[in-house]
Design a protein around this ligand. Structure first.
Ligand code: FAD
Length: 459
């Protein structure tokens, strides 16, 4: 990675402002870190580039996987961190560092319980469908199943805890003397600069999905995909890290999604596929085993003629999907088409009717198809539904290597004493490419590493 020389600089003689724990970014990671640090007795300041905290967190469904939580137990779900860790590694082809996987899986349940008990976030478990690769039902979400609700609830908790969040400040330069972080410089909306000194710095400013040059350099196969994350993901955490000699890992890892309504740009939940739906191309033909997952679906869909596909499902599945705000929105703007006959649906979507009918008829009732996908649910029935979709990049999953305290590691494996990272800024547990992403890995890393980074003390 090319390092820019103004990214890291020696500390000035004095700072405009001083604080103890400084957090860059007010998404899920930064806000959880702030709550955690405050609880540990630290004086906290969060700075955020946007006018209001939102980040990729607000764009997400806000679903966080965790094992062994109180709500799981109340719902009669038996789960444990070891099983969760195995699921993460299985999806990522064992490409992750085992210690990091164990850390994430081991702490996630405690973080959900803590957010519920201490901060009143009303999580429940998704119990009416299974996410691919999770052997238990462990996706926890707030009532609307939206990340906007999650980030708003976390921000309200920070406000109740009297944590200062300063918005419209973008961190530009990191000050460092003798490998200890001293503070940062931020740019104001009027283009002026301010300096903030700190004892401890937490990088919660996500990855580099919004930086086209970095995407082309590290993950060219999704370079032509729609960018569906938050534009603030410009990769500063990785650039600062490269300049400081920090270890960067799995920079080619990302979460894609191959089911984004096109041209509406609205996420169509993968539940429409897991519940028995399929994807077809412009010829009305299936082209892959959709059960592999929605992340690798992006590459599969982008490889089809026109870089598009069509999700085909039915009214029963649409009702399950309707628990998600995004799906409701897609329906209300007309992205989801519905017809009593397959011919009607094909005509509406511009697909060859006979080919679509043959494709739907070829779905096994109870068996495995030619792509290796196993079907066991009810056959698709009227009304038939369809959406034109394309492949998108949601967020990057590689980043700074951290230890069990979420401290950033150098290339030689030793930690920077007072530099921490979490969420999209840190290397996650999604392996090296696009097929290692298990549902929820993004927020998993945000909340677990945020919690650990916040409560870690600095000598
Ligand atoms: C459409 C979509 C759906 C998703 N669904 C899910 C899901 O259901 N479950 C799941 O686990 N994951 C999901 N993800 C991924 C998940 O949203 C992210 O992994 C997670 O939100 C990352 O949290 P974060 O706090 O690291 O980053 P963010 O939420 O992006 O927060 C980072 C913040 O840092 C700020 N910032 C960046 N750079 C600077 C800077 N230099 N100075 C100051 N501030 C800065 C940004 O403005 C931003 O507010 C989804 C992502 C997308 C795009």
């Amino acid at each position: 990675m090319k390092a820019r020389t103004d990214l890291v600089a020696p500390a000035p003689a004095a700072f405009d402002l001083d604080c103890e724990t400084l957090i860059i970014g007010a998404g899920a990671c930064g806000l959880v870190a702030a709550l955690s640090a405050k609880e540990a007795g630290q004086e906290v300041l969060v700075i955020e580039a946007d006018a209001l905290p939102s980040g990729s967190t607000a764009l997400s469904a806000g679903l966080i996987p965790a094992a062994g939580t109180k709500v799981q137990k109340a719902a009669g779900i038996t789960d444990d961190p070891a099983l969760f860790a195995r699921d993460i590694q299985a999806k990522a082809h064992d490409e992750n560092e085992q210690a990091l996987v164990d850390l994430m899986a081991g702490h996630a349940g405690g973080v959900i319980d803590w957010l519920m008990d201490r901060h009143g976030l009303p999580f429940s478990v998704v119990t009416n469908f299974d996410y691919p690769g999770h052997s238990q039902r462990r996706m926890h979400g707030l009532p609307t199943r939206s990340g906007a609700e999650l980030v708003n609830a976390l921000r309200a908790a920070c406000e109740a805890a009297e944590i200062d969040i300063i918005c419209e400040r973008r961190a530009t330069t990191l000050f460092c003397d003798a490998s200890r972080i001293k503070g940062i410089s931020v740019s104001r909306p009027d283009a002026g600069q301010e300096t903030i000194g700190c004892q401890k710095l937490i990088l919660a400013c996500n990855g580099f999905g919004g930086n086209r040059d970095m995407v082309q350099a590290h993950m060219p196969d999704i370079g032509n995909g729609l960018w569906f994350g938050h534009d603030g993901n410009q990769g500063e955490a990785m650039q600062w890290g490269a300049e400081l000699g920090a270890a960067l890992e799995h920079l080619g890892a990302y979460q894609g999604h191959g089911n984004v309504a096109h041209p509406h740009g609205i996420l169509i939940t993968w539940a429409v596929i897991t519940q028995g739906g399929i994807q077809v191309n412009r010829m009305g033909e299936r082209f892959w085993n959709e059960a592999q997952g929605y992340s690798e679906a992006a590459r599969a869909v982008l490889a089809q003629p026109g870089g598009e596909a069509f999700a085909i499902f039915d009214g029963r599945i649409a009702e399950i999907a309707a628990q998600f705000e995004d799906f409701k929105q897609a329906r209300s703007v007309g992205a989801v088409r519905s017809h009593e006959t397959l011919e009607g649906l094909a005509g509406d979507l511009g697909l060859p009717p006979q080919a679509l009918a043959a494709t739907v008829q070829a779905i096994p009732q109870d068996g495995t198809d030619r792509f290796g996908r196993r079907f066991s649910g009810p056959a698709l029935q009227p009304p038939f539904c369809g959406v034109r979709v394309t492949g998108a990049l949601f967020h990057t999953q590689g980043g700074l290597r951290v230890n069990e305290h979420a401290q950033v590691l150098r290339e030689d494996g030793t930690p920077f004493e007072n530099l921490f990272a979490g969420g999209g800024a840190a290397c996650g547990v999604s392996g090296k490419g696009d097929s290692g992403y298990l549902s929820g890995n993004g927020l998993l890393s945000a909340v677990v590493l945020g919690r650990l980074a916040g409560k870690s003390s600095v000598a």
